[in-house]
Structure formats: structure tokens, C-alpha cells
Design a protein around this ligand. Structure first.
Ligand code: GDP
Ligand code: IMO
Ligand code: MG
Length: 426
């Protein structure tokens, strides 16, 4: 058995999509277990770029079956748009290589309207992706309002639930122009198109486990956006940490062998909320331009910061990382000096604990160690021998601090721009 979780160790956009695609070359199954189309996972194959929001990043590999688990929230308009786009780009998507959980909850147009309504009335500017993620997970937990994929198979039942929602959300929907008749018609069509994909994915995953298939679990968002462990309330509405693999697919923890955290060589964050190592404006701008740090889902500029080892150790503890993949090292190619945050200073005292209180975090000042940059291009590197010693020193510093191996690094967006430093993982 060699089942691997690939998840974000920071605030999202760490290059999970690319890494999942790389590992998927040898995978039988790739499964998403949380989040929704707030995710934007980019895969670059030469001249072609694919951005996936809902479909797992194994879809570009012809022999891989992709699963959207019960823990994911699904916007069917996005899903079908994504299937159509992939097919237009020559990628086969069918009920043979895409299985969608009957237990997954649906994002409906009124969820976006509710999100807008809530944002208008709140002083907390989370800066969400406006995909209706929060209201959908709220409805799931609330139980009266949630609508699941499986409800589409009993359309009368779907209709009743829809009516309940339109009634109870009437105030938020006043200005949204949502038309019940049109919605029913659209979703009737969606139900027909979705039916072949709808699967009891719990049974599917257990058949795969019993058959000793190689399974990749692809996370969305990142640990610091986790609803429990992230910088609440500036987080998303799902658990993005390793625990969600089990609850989002219906498997036990013993089915997981390795947990890989994906971390950039620096940090980015899109949306509101503090992060202590945010760079001063000139450097922030420079890294954003070199790293092309603009959201894959919303195109918003990502805020950039130095690598934060306090946060990364916290993420390591929460997820039990067995390894870290460090991405976007090439973005540092021209920098003379690199800073890494090794502690926070709070009220004059140093700490290496990540605080739960946002108020405390806002007052934490980063304590930096300065490491020399390598000042040579990494983008052509393909083997450990091609990596400059100073780059290796940077990686070793992080690995020693965290006490976790860094067996793989990424040196550019393309599938080929990957370097194995340690033993192959499977
Ligand atoms: P994800 O959400 O974690 O899958 O990451 P995103 O796709 O949102 O963001 C990562 C961005 O960095 C994408 O534009 C990738 O094409 C790009 N990328 C991935 N790995 C590297 C790398 O090692 N170097 C550079 N320069 N870009 C990378
Ligand atoms: P991937 O999978 C980066 C952020 C939003 C906002 C907060 C809440 O591509 O790494 P939401 O719409 O989820 O309620 O927004 O979470 N966010 C992400 N940031 N990458 C993502 O996904 C994100 N998904 C949500 O910007 O700050
Ligand atoms: Mg992304």
C-alpha cells in the first residue's frame, strides 16, 4: 500500500494541482475530499494550461479514476463547464474516470446570494471567493436546508427542499432575481446529465483499497485556511487539514500511508486576514510579478511574504507531515538574501507557538534568520546534481527546523520542472 495525501501547508495555492498531476502518473485513483470551486489548481503541460476547480488533478492522466468525495461541495454549473472545457482541450471525461459522491452537498445559486447578503451586513471582510462556499457548508451542518447530489435522483424531493430554501432565504434573495421555475428547469437538466457520474464513492474507495490500488488524496485550500486550525474567521468553511481525508471520503486513518505538505519557498495569501511575514510593498510586488501570484479562481493579486516556519511547524503538527514538497524555489533565483521567520516576538517575548487568537497574531512580529540566495536559475534543473549548494542549504535549513524531509522540489510551473532530492515516495 502506498496511499499519499497531498495538501496545502500554508494559505492555499502552494501548487497542489501540479504535484497531484505529477504523482498521478503512477496513481490509480485521485480523490478530492473537501472544499469546492473556491479551489483553483493549475497544471501546465508545455503550451497547455489547465485550471481545475472541482475535478481532481488526476484527470489529465488517462488511466486514473477521479473521485469527488462526500466532503466536497459541488456547483454543477462549474462542474459541467469544467467537463466541457477539458473535453474541448482533448481530455476524456466520462463516468468511467469521474465518480461523484451521492452524499456531497450542492452549491445552489441562492448560496452566492446569501453570501453577498451576509458580507454586506458584516464588518469582517473575509474576502471570500464569492462561490457560496460558507452558506453551503452552513446548510449542510444545519441539516434542514442542505441538498445533496443524491437528492437529484428523486426530483420531487429536490423540489421540496428547494422550495424550503427559497422560502427561508427570501430576505437574502430579494434582489438576486432567482427564478424558481428557471432553477427547477436547469436542475432537472443537470440531474439528467449528472446521473451517470453519481456513485456511492464510499463503496468505490473501499473496493479500491481492497484491490490495493494506489490512491492520491488531493487537498484544496491550505492548513492555515482550515475552519478549526486556521486564522479564524479569515478561513474557509471546511477542514483543509489531513483529518478531512477520512471524513470527506469515508475511509479510516490507517488507509493513509504518507502525508505530504506542499509549501512554497515563501508564503502567499489571497483574501483578508493577517499573516506576520507579509513583505514590504516593493518586495511584495516583485515576488508577485516573478511568481505570477494572481488567484487562479478570482484573479486577485496574492499578498506575498517570507517563509514562516512558525506557521509551517504548526501545519506539520496538525497534519503529521511525513514529507514536505517545496515549490516555486525558482522565484527566488535573483534574490541576494532570503529571510525565514523562525519565531514570533509578542509583547517583547519570543515564541515559536502559533497563536489561536487573531488579536495576538496581529501583534506578533516575525523574528528572521537571513540565508544567502543562490542567484542562479533553477528552472532547468531536473536532478539533485543540478541544484546549487546554497539552494540545498536553504532546503536543509527548513527541513532541520521542521524535522521533516523535503524529498521533492518544484522549479517552475511545468509538469517536467520537478526535482527529486530524496528516495522515490512510491
Ligand atoms: P494550487 O491551488 O495549490 O494547485 O496552486 P495554484 O495553481 O493556485 O497556484 C500555483 C501557481 O504557481 C500556478 O500558476 C502554477 O502554474 C505555478 N507553479 C507551480 N509550481 C511552480 C514552481 O515551482 N515555480 C513557478 N514559478 N511556478 C509554479
Ligand atoms: P486552492 O485550492 C487560496 C480563501 C479566500 C478567502 C478565504 C475564504 O486553490 O489553494 P471561501 O470562498 O473559501 O469562503 O473564502 O479562503 N481561499 C483560498 N485561497 N487558495 C484557495 O484554494 C482558496 N480557497 C479559498 O481567498 O480568503
Ligand atoms: Mg489555487
Amino acid at each position: 500500500m502506498s496511499n499519499i495525501v497531498i495538501l496545502g501547508a500554508q494559505w492555499g495555492d502552494e501548487s497542489k494541482g501540479k504535484l497531484t498531476d505529477v504523482f498521478a502518473a503512477d496513481a490509480d485513483v485521485v480523490a478530492r475530499y473537501q472544499g469546492g470551486d473556491n479551489a483553483g489548481h493549475t497544471i501546465v503541460l508545455g503550451e497547455k494550461t489547465f485550471i481545475l476547480h472541482l475535478i481532481p488533478s488526476g484527470i489529465l492522466r488517462p488511466d486514473t479514476v477521479n473521485v469527488i468525495g462526500n466532503g466536497v461541495v459541488i456547483n454543477l454549473e462549474t462542474l459541467f463547464g469544467e467537463i466541457d472545457r477539458l473535453q474541448a482541450q482533448g481530455i476524456e471525461v466520462s463516468s468511467d474516470n469521474l465518480k461523484i459522491s451521492d452524499r456531497a452537498h450542492l452549491i445552489l445559486p441562492y448560496h452566492k446570494a446569501v453570501e453577498q447578503w451576509e458580507q454586506m451586513g458584516s464588518s469582517t471582510k473575509i474576502g471570500t471567493t464569492s462561490r457560496g462556499i460558507g452558506p453551503t457548508y452552513s446548510d449542510k451542518m444545519n441539516r434542514h436546508a442542505g441538498i445533496r447530489v443524491g437528492d437529484l435522483l428523486e426530483f420531487d424531493h429536490f423540489q421540496k427542499k428547494l422550495d424550503y430554501n427559497l422560502e427561508t432565504k427570501a430576505e437574502a434573495l430579494q434582489v438576486s432575481g432567482i427564478d424558481r421555475h428557471g432553477l427547477l428547469e436547469t436542475y432537472y437538466g443537470y440531474a439528467q446529465r449528472l446521473t451517470p457520474y453519481i456513485t456511492d464513492t464510499v463503496a468505490f474507495m473501499h473496493d479500491a483499497l481492497d484491490a490495493k490500488k494506489r490512491i492520491l488524496f488531493e487537498g484544496a485550500q491550505g492548513t492555515m485556511l482550515d475552519i478549526d486550525f486556521g486564522t479564524y474567521p479569515y478561513v474557509t468553511s471546511s477542514n483543509c487539514s489531513a483529518g478531512a481525508v477520512c471524513t470527506g471520503l469515508g475511509i479510516g486513518p490507517k488507509a493513509i500511508e504518507q502525508v505530504l505538505g506542499v509549501s512554497k519557498a515563501y508564503v502567499t495569501r489571497v483574501g483578508g486576514g493577517p499573516f506576520p511575514t507579509e513583505m514590504e510593498p516593493d518586495l511584495d510586488e516583485k515576488i508577485r510579478e516573478i511568481g505570477k501570484e494572481y488567484g487562479a479562481t478570482t484573479q486577485r493579486p496574492r499578498r506575498c511574504g517570507w517563509l514562516d516556519l512558525v506557521a509551517l511547524r504548526y501545519a506539520t503538527q496538525i497534519n503529521g507531515f511525513t514529507g514536505i514538497v517545496m515549490t516555486k524555489l525558482d522565484v527566488f533565483d535573483t534574490l541576494e538574501d532570503l529571510q525565514v521567520c523562525v519565531a514570533y516576538r509578542y509583547k517583547g517575548k519570543e515564541t515559536t507557538r502559533f497563536p489561536s487568537s487573531l488579536g495576538v497574531l496581529e501583534e506578533c512580529e516575525p523574528v528572521y534568520e537571513t540565508l544567502p540566495g543562490w542567484q542562479q536559475p533553477l528552472t532547468e534543473a531536473r536532478t539533485a546534481a543540478d541544484i546549487p549548494q546554497r539552494t540545498k542549504n536553504y532546503i536543509a535549513y527548513v527541513s532541520d527546523y521542521l524535522n521533516v524531509p523535503i524529498p521533492i522540489i518544484s522549479v517552475g510551473p511545468d509538469r517536467e520542472q520537478i526535482v527529486q532530492l530524496g528516495e522515490p515516495l512510491w
